[in-house]
Design a protein around this ligand. Structure first.
Ligand SMILES: Cc1cc2nc3c(=O)[nH]c(=O)nc-3n(C[C@H](O)[C@H](O)[C@H](O)COP(=O)(O)O)c2cc1C
Length: 381
């Protein structure tokens, strides 16, 4: 069968067939698998979109190895997403892997007391998760150096402004993408020279801002023109893709839909939760990382709300939350286990291959743009 054609300027910029990028998704918490592993990146790029590795949970060595694995498995363009936080997680004398249980002993007393109380009440086991000292989140400059040395075709900054590395990346023939949840930050990144911007609406899974996708897109597009903008947050099928293109976006950046694929990196339980969710089953909370993020709702949210505690600053809250989640996993408390996911979860009913997601999105968007719209909308000038 002839392959459908759906091209935008993004396809020319990145050398890809379809204007669909799978979002860089790290692990929700320490010890969880990366949401966007090598397998997902390769599958999306091979399907004609562009796969982005969620580089947040890796050590520096693991990042380099993952990039090389991608290159070995596909000749197509791909991306790497890193978090570039302002506050780094540093601990005195932390040079070797250290048990998470030991690290959390450094948390403020009320948080430690709460953890021990819950652990005793729920009969949770000790966990043996180790925290790596050399992750890409703790050593962002090292991680960037690897991406530049490896000439990753698309560098994506999930948090923070990547402007400071644009020149060096361009010298290696790379493109740089920034992600923003509001116009102000998008403008800042545009002024610092990024090639592409993702405008990510409130609906999105993971760290999220306060503005809905529909309101955010035209405002970001106007404020950063002529820099091309991709839409993110709540896009799960060809209708979302066609709508984003109609708004003036050059493509889409899709997380939750790709998470719930065969190749998506979420735990099986988290994939199942996405399939079972309705549109109302996610919550925005600071529980996970200390920054507002959206995840599927579980009893963990109720437990946290009842604690009366304020979230610790990012990334310290990650430690507390990781030790809780790790304990729920080991203690077999599925009602308390969830991961980042967006409001579009309610639209997702089956785990399919990433290839099928790309094909279906393209087919549906092409049908809307060529047939459905002309049939259903009468226009005259
Ligand atoms: C499990 C998960 C992990 C995520 N991790 C990251 C990350 O490490 N870096 C990042 O830039 N965005 C991350 N995000 C946000 C996505 O990049 C993307 O903006 C979002 O998923 C888009 O909304 P959608 O989920 O409605 O498609 C994550 C999202 C999910 C669902």
């Amino acid at each position: 069968m002839k392959r459908a054609v759906l091209r935008t300027k993004l396809c020319d910029m990145l050398g890809i067939e379809y204007p669909i990028i799978s979002a860089g998704m790290g692990p929700t918490l320490i010890g969880e698998p990366n949401g966007a592993p090598v397998e997902l990146v390769v599958a999306v790029s091979e399907a004609g979109g562009l796969g982005v590795l969620g580089g947040a949970g890796f050590s520096i060595d693991e990042l380099q190895q993952a990039i090389r694995e991608i290159k070995a498995q596909t000749g197509k363009p791909f991306g790497v997403d890193l978090l570039l936080p302002k506050n780094l997680m540093t601990f005195e004398g932390f040079n070797e892997p250290i048990p998470l249980m030991t690290l959390i002993e450094q948390l403020p007393q009320p948080y430690l007391d709460w953890f021990h109380k819950v652990k005793a009440e729920m009969n949770l086991p000790d966990i043996d998760l180790m925290v790596k000292p050399n992750t890409t989140v703790m050593l962002p400059n090292e991680a960037i150096r690897i991406c530049i040395e490896e000439r990753v075709p698309l560098f994506c900054a999930g948090l923070g402004n990547p402007g400071f590395m644009v020149k060096e990346a361009h010298a290696q023939g790379m493109k740089v993408l920034g992600i923003s949840g509001n116009t102000k930050n998008a403008q800042r990144m545009a002024e610092s020279g990024v090639d592409l911007l993702v405008a990510q609406g409130y609906e999105a899974g993971g760290h999220t801002g306060r503005i809905g996708t529909m309101a955010l897109l035209p405002q970001v597009i106007d404020s950063v023109a002529p820099i091309p903008v991709l839409a993110a947050g709540g896009i799960g099928d060809g209708r979302g893709l066609a709508a984003a293109l109609a708004m003036g976006c050059v493509g889409v950046w899709v997380g939750t839909r790709f998470l719930a694929t065969v190749e998506g990196g979420a735990m099986d339980l988290c994939k199942k939760r996405i399939l079972e969710s309705t549109d109302e089953d996610t919550r925005v909370s600071k529980l996970y990382t200390g920054k507002t993020s959206r995840a599927n709702y579980t009893r963990f949210h109720d437990l946290w709300d009842a604690s009366g505690l304020e979230a610790l600053p990012f990334p310290i809250q990650v430690l507390l939350c990781s030790v809780m989640l790790g304990s729920f996993v080991k203690g077999n408390k599925p009602d308390y286990i969830s991961g980042f996911a967006g409001q579009i979860s309610g639209l997702i009913h089956t785990v399919i291959s990433a290839h099928q997601v790309v094909e279906e999105m393209v087919t549906e968007a092409v049908e809307i743009l060529t047939e459905k719209l002309p049939q259903t909308v009468t226009v005259k000038k």
